[in-house]
Design a binder for this molecule. Structure first.
Ligand code: NAD
Length: 279
C-alpha cells in the first residue's frame, strides 16, 4: 500500500510555528490583503479559508471585492493603494481573473516585497536563478511535503504535468533546484502517458479529473496530485486514485494533500514579508 502524503498535519505545524513567530515579532501583526474579482464560489471559498487562517495565526486580513466588469485601471489603482499601505505586508490577487484583466499587468503592479504569490517577474527570476525571493505557495508546499516524508528528488526523474505560472513552472524550478531531472508536460505533449511513466516523482496540475490513470504511472512512483476540480461528487484531483494508488510508493489524497499546505505557505510568505518590512 502506498504511503499517503497527507498535508493537514504538516500544514497545522507550519501554521502554529508561523503564529508563534509572528507573536514573538512584537509591534503590529502581519497583514494580508486579498483582491477578489467576481463571485465565483470556488474563489469565495478559497478567500474565506485564507481569511480564517490569517485570523487563527493572529494576522490581520482584508478583502477588496470587485464586480466581474471591473476595469484593469481600477484594480491597478487598488494594488497601488495596498502597496503604499504600511499595515499590509502581502498582496494576493485571487485567480482566476476575468479575461479582460491582463494578468501580467497585475503581477507587475504588486511590489515584489509584498508579492506573497511570487508572481512578480523579479520573484520569478529569483526562483529560476536560485536566488532568495518569494516562492509561490503551492509549489513551496509540495517541496515541504516531499521533504517531510523523506522523499529526495536529487538525481531522480520528475515529470510535471501543467505549465502554469502558479503551479507547473515554479514547481519544476524547485524540483530542478533540488537536483531532479525535470520534464514539463502540457496540453500539447504527445503521448503523455509514456512521458509520465518516466517519472519517479509525478506532479500533476492540469485540473482534469481522472487524467492520470494507471498506465501513466511507473511502479514505485511518488504521485503528487495538485488538481482540484469541483464535480457533482465533490472535489476531484487529476489522478484516478483507485487505480493509481496500488502502483505508487507514495501519493497525495485529494482533498487533504497539497491543498492545506498552500494556505500554510501563504502565511509563511506573509510573515517573511512582514519581517522584510521590519528590516
Ligand atoms: P491552469 O489551467 O493555469 O493550467 C493547467 C495546465 O494543465 C496548463 O499548463 C495546460 O497546458 C495543462 N493541461 C491541460 N490539459 C492537459 C492535458 N490534457 N494534458 C496535459 N496537460 C494539460 O491551471 P493551474 O492554475 O495551474 O491549476 C491546475 C490545477 O491545480 C487546477 O485543478 C487547480 O484548481 C489546482 N490548484 C490547486 C492548488 C492547491 O492548493 N492544491 C493551487 C493551485 C491550483
Amino acid at each position: 500500500m502506498a504511503l499517503l502524503l497527507e498535508g493537514r498535519g504538516l500544514a497545522a505545524s507550519i501554521r502554529a510555528r508561523v503564529a508563534s513567530e509572528a507573536a514573538a515579532l512584537g509591534g503590529r501583526p502581519p497583514g494580508l490583503a486579498v483582491i477578489l474579482v467576481g463571485d465565483d464560489p470556488a474563489s469565495e471559498s478559497y478567500v474565506a479559508g485564507k481569511r480564517k487562517a490569517c485570523e487563527k495565526a493572529g494576522f490581520v486580513s482584508s478583502v477588496s471585492r470587485f464586480f466581474d466588469s471591473v476595469g484593469p485601471e481600477v484594480l491597478l489603482a487598488e494594488i497601488a493603494r495596498l502597496n503604499a499601505d504600511p499595515s499590509i505586508d502581502g498582496i494576493l490577487c485571487q485567480l482566476p481573473l476575468p479575461g479582460h484583466i491582463p494578468l501580467d499587468a497585475v503581477a507587475r503592479a504588486v511590489l515584489p516585497s509584498k508579492d506573497v504569490d511570487g508572481f512578480h517577474p523579479q520573484n520569478v527570476g529569483s526562483l529560476w536563478r536560485g536566488e532568495r525571493g518569494i516562492v509561490p505557495c503551492t509549489p513551496a508546499g509540495i517541496m515541504r511535503l516531499l521533504d517531510a516524508n523523506g522523499i529526495d528528488p536529487s538525481g531522480r526523474r520528475a515529470v510535471v504535468v501543467g505549465r502554469s505560472g502558479i503551479v507547473g513552472k515554479p514547481v519544476a524550478a524547485l524540483l530542478l533546484a533540488a537536483n531532479a531531472t525535470v520534464t514539463i508536460a502540457h496540453s500539447k505533449t504527445r503521448d503523455l502517458a509514456s512521458v509520465c511513466r518516466e517519472a519517479y516523482i509525478l506532479v500533476t496540475a492540469a485540473g482534469i479529473p481522472g487524467l492520470i490513470g494507471a498506465d501513466f504511472v511507473a511502479p514505485g512512483a511518488v504521485v503528487i496530485d495538485v488538481g482540484i476540480t469541483r464535480t457533482a461528487g465533490g472535489l476531484a484531483g487529476d489522478v484516478d486514485f483507485e487505480s493509481v494508488e496500488p502502483l505508487c510508493s507514495a501519493i497525495t489524497p485529494v482533498p487533504g494533500g497539497v491543498g492545506p499546505l498552500t494556505i500554510a505557505l501563504l502565511l509563511e510568505n506573509t510573515l517573511a514579508c512582514r519581517k522584510l518590512a521590519a528590516g
